[in-house]
Design a protein. Structure first.
Length: 368
């Protein structure tokens, strides 16, 4: 059996590896870019591994996913933390009890902490929408909504929080705890010790996998590829593009990334610092923190959200009711196709964390 995999991102890499190494099948893996790994790709810049498309932190609750991905790399035990500039203070994101004491006077912080503990209990994860429903917590709910969510949402999504699916806010809950980690409930976290791109290269070393970069799916014929020669196609591009936008363009948000080298040991105190209320960028990434790299210089990346338009990189599917309805029309059309599978965040029009992309690819593979 011959397989064509369109897109050498995480979903395509997992399927290529499994089809070749587990089933012994032939795979042609193509990508329009000049590298593998999609938006998870990194590169060595003067001794510092730089995440080319924004910070990517591997984390998962799944032993199955962790066992699979660690076949290809040792992981540096990096536990991700994010700080945000709020009221002139750098406080943990998600907002937690430590942030409460950093911002409010001690007596008021103690009073608010007692109310939060009575309402939810220590260790609880609470969405901002749930917090706003408690009248006795109106003061802290309004503060967190205004300073953590509202202005950040306007920058990131260019719409108000009320226009988005509630799942967006569940991704960044309020933690009734003092654990500053961004993913406190995920036991497996880290960064590949030689970088993502090196790990991805190890996934596709099989001689049954042919890799061709710089090949766009829309120009297969001019690239000398006959799609009819393949038994199955796995497509990780944009599903609306595959169908010629017959139901309209699916909306996305994109990013403009500005990366700088600075001749100083550090720029900030952490790998990622968010700016929910100040400036027109949403965050600054300092890459050397990911692997605790020692160097006399540092490399940082500013992230500026922008409206997506044709020609831009698609980063974030828009989590709105209208966008979901448009996607469902494409998904219905996709079901009519035989042996064509739509994979990854663009094929499924869903924001996947890395572990969820791996899990979805493994589950699809198991169903073949």
């Amino acid at each position: 059996m011959r397989n064509l995999i369109v897109g050498a991102g995480l979903s395509g890499l997992v399927l290529a590896e499994r089809l070749a190494n587990d089933k012994g099948q032939e795979v042609l893996l193509i990508d329009r870019r000049d590298h593998i790994g999609g938006n998870c790709a990194d590169e060595n810049c003067d001794g510092i591994l730089v995440h080319r498309y924004g910070a990517h932190i591997f984390h998962t609750k799944s032993p199955k996913v962790w066992e699979y991905i660690t076949r290809f790399s040792l992981f540096y035990p990096y536990m991700h933390k994010v700080f945000g500039l709020v009221s002139g203070q750098l406080v943990p994101i998600p907002f937690n009890l430590n942030a409460l004491y950093a911002i409010f006077p001690s007596a008021l912080a103690q009073e608010l902490e007692s109310k939060l503990l009575r309402a939810f209990g220590f260790g609880a994860k609470v969405s901002i929408l749930e917090l706003k429903q408690h009248k006795e917590l109106a003061q802290i709910a309004e503060f967190i909504y205004e300073n953590i969510f509202y202005h950040y949402t306007l920058k990131q999504w260019q719409c108000s929080p009320e226009d988005l699916d509630p799942s967006v806010f569940e991704r960044v809950p309020i933690l009734i705890a003092k654990d500053d980690r961004y993913f406190p409930s995920d036991p497996y976290q880290g960064i590949p010790i030689e970088g993502y791109s090196a790990m991805f290269a190890k996934m596709i070393t099989s001689k049954r996998i042919s890799l061709r970069l710089g090949v766009d799916f829309t120009a297969l014929e001019s690239s000398g590829i006959d799609i009819s020669a393949f038994d199955r196609v796995f497509y990780s591009g944009a599903i609306d593009e595959y169908f010629g936008y017959k139901f309209g363009e699916l909306p996305y948000r994109s990013l403009e990334l500005k990366t700088l080298r600075l001749e100083r040991k550090h720029f900030g105190i952490n790998s990622v610092i968010n700016y929910p209320n100040n400036y027109d960028f949403t965050r600054i990434i300092e890459h050397k923190y990911f692997l605790d790299t020692k160097s006399p210089h540092t490399i940082i990346t500013y992230e500026y959200p922008k409206k997506w338009q044709l020609g831009d990189e698609r980063y974030y599917p828009m989590p709105t009711t209208t966008a979901k309805q448009t996607y469902e029309a494409y998904a219905k059309e996709a079901k009519k196709l035989k042996n064509v599978f739509f994979i990854g965040r663009l094929g499924a029009y869903q924001y996947y964390d890395m572990d969820k992309a791996i899990e979805a690819a493994l589950n699809l593979y198991a169903s073949l």
